[in-house]
Structure formats: structure tokens, C-alpha cells
Design a protein around this ligand. Sequence first.
Ligand SMILES: [Zn+2]
Length: 341
Amino acid sequence: MDWERAWQQIVRRDATAEFFYGVTTTGVFCRPGCKSRAPLQRNVRIFRTTAEAQAAGFRACKRCKPLLKPTDAMAKVRAHIERNVERRVSLAELARVAGLSPFTVQRMFKQAMGVSPIAYQRALRADGLRKALKQGASVTEAIYEAGYWSASRAHEGAALGMTPARFAKGGRGERIGFTTARTPFGWMVVGATGRGLCWLALAGSGSEAEASLRDEFPEATLKRDGGLRAMVDAALASVREGTDLTREQSLGPALDLRGTVFQLRVWQALRAIPRGETRSYSELAREMGMPRSTRAVARACATNRVAVVVPCHRVVGAGGALTGYRWGVERKRELLAAERS
Ligand SMILES: [Zn+2]
């Protein structure tokens, strides 16, 4: 690690820095974004992980809580949003709930759920609106039941909530950059909007991989972008090292996932399956606290648009059989073998 650069990040209180520092005079270790008093350079030690800091005898700062697991903190944030669907919950409020900075909450939530906290609230309300309308509520009733504050907010929200449908309609109006690359698991194509990775597929050839993107988003403007090679590398790293969700530091690419709240939750649960392990659909449903939703969970897995990074290959049949895989059972076998080694 570049010591001088790390020190500059501490001085700037850079909340995006992915390491920890200990202060020898206090015996405490912090995240670089910590608001506590800046230490003297000569008293600082840098650690890549919290385990290293603890092994060196440092204890966690009570202010920036370096031991707080992103998944635990984000579960709290998500529950708070869901309890308060009838009103707008600000990032500042979520930051207080998590005991973290607004910036960190925004980044961690997006990392965990693939959407920002605001987009998640929008998806919740759009879901509620669809549900209420389906159950025969009048439009006005449905609007308020779904947690919109006014009819005009509902129109705005419904329009925004249409985003998953817009994806479904072939990505009309979207600009998607993409690149293809040969990998040990076949040809990989990654597609990304300005918000993050929205498509990752595996195929037998480069042209087949590219065609899969065009099939999924026939209405989008596609543009080759060699800069996205980093996303291919990040996806391959997740096979070698595990998904980011099981670790403290978030190293995976930004995601642009779009779906219903239920789909978002299933995809998040998939990303919490540790590398080298598998789950059956019913186990996954149980882990999500929805033991009766096995079939819906299976359907949501099948609609995954981001192979490997959202590791739907880690879900197998009840007896451990490989069952199906959107990108070929043989590739699923190879991915699992690579992850077990
Ligand atoms: Zn601290």
C-alpha cells in the first residue's frame, strides 16, 4: 500500500478509502473518514483489514465503528425505510440510524442492494401502488396506500417506478456501454449504464455474447467501451475471492440493478452466499424469512441480468443437482468448481 497516499486520505478524511488506521498513542483504530481529531503522522499505522488492526492490539473506535458489518448496518437501514414507506426518509436520517456518514450509507446501501436508498423507496412505493390497484382500490386510495404524499408525487413516482419496466421494454432511452472478453468461463460481455453494471452474460463466442446484450436491450443505444474491462476483471475476482457482500471492504463494481423490491431482495440474498458455498431455492427462501416463497425466489433468480457478480450459479437443486443456468449448466459447473478450489 502506498503510505504517502494513505496518509493524504486520512488527512482529507476520505470516506471512500478502503483501509484502516491505528493511532499508537490511543490504541484505537479508525476508518479514514472518521470525524475524530486528526492524528500525528508519526503515530499512525495502516492496516488493510480490521483483523490486522486487532491482531496488532488496537481496539475499534466508538465513533466510526470500523467493525460494523456493512450487511448488518444495511439491514437496519433497509428495515427503517420499509417501516416508513409512507414518508420520504432522508439520507441524513438513514445515516443517524446506521451511525455512519450519509456518504457511507449511500455507498454501502448501493453496494448491498444494487440501488440507492432513494431508488429503493421508489421501488417500494411503485410495488405498493401496483398491489393496491390489483386489489381493486381506487386510484386515489391506491396512491395514498402506496405511500405517495400526493397525486402529483404518485405520477412522478409511478413514472420513475417504471424504470424496471423500461429496462424490460428493451432499454429505450438508455445508453449502455459494453465490452466483451475471453475468460476461463467462456466469452463474457459486460454492459453498464452511467449508474453501474446492468448486464453480464457468458456465451460461446464474442459475437454471441454481444448478441445477448442486443437481445436484452434492443432499444438501447449501445457503444463499445474498452474502459469497462475493469468490470470483467472485477467479476472474475469475485469468483477467485468471493463476493464483496461477505467482506468488510467493498471492492465489487457499482451495480445498476432494476427490478421489483422482491427481485432486489433475492439478488441481494444471492450476493450474501459466500464463495464456495451453494444454497437450494428453499434454503434461500428460508434465509430471506420467506419459507413459502420458494417458487417466487426461483423465478427471481432466473431473471438475474448480472451473472457471476450476482451469483445465481450458487443456487442448486434440493439434492445438490446443478439444475438449470441461464448461461449454460456447463458454465455453472465450471464456476462452482473454480470457487471451491
Ligand atoms: Zn474513528
